[in-house]
Design a protein around this ligand. Structure first.
Ligand code: SF4
Ligand code: SF4
Length: 75
């Protein structure tokens, strides 16, 4: 499972997500919001918290890789 974090341009760098995220995914550096999605535990607390509704958290499943593994098993 891979987590994708999408920040919409409506983000106004208020810093709420930076202080709230339990695993410190977000940082504000040089007037930009940066994030490390590898630290995200998918609690989804930051989505409703953002006053600008600028955060979208998604799960990406790698189904192709899964298919390749199961196919190999039967040959
Ligand atoms: S809470 Fe929303 S508006 Fe504030 S810094 Fe985070 S993404 Fe930007
Ligand atoms: S979903 Fe949870 S862990 Fe992931 S960035 Fe948001 S608050 Fe942090």
């Amino acid at each position: 499972m891979r987590i994708a974090i999408i920040i919409e341009p409506t983000c106004n760098l208020c810093g709420e997500c930076v202080s709230y995220c339990p695993t410190r995914v977000y940082k504000i550096e040089e007037n930009k919001l940066t994030y490390n999605s590898e630290k995200c535990i998918y609690c989804r607390a930051c989505e409703p918290l953002c006053p600008q509704k600028a955060i979208k958290i998604k799960v990406e499943h790698n189904t192709l890789k899964h298919k390749q593994i199961t196919t190999t098993k039967y040959f």
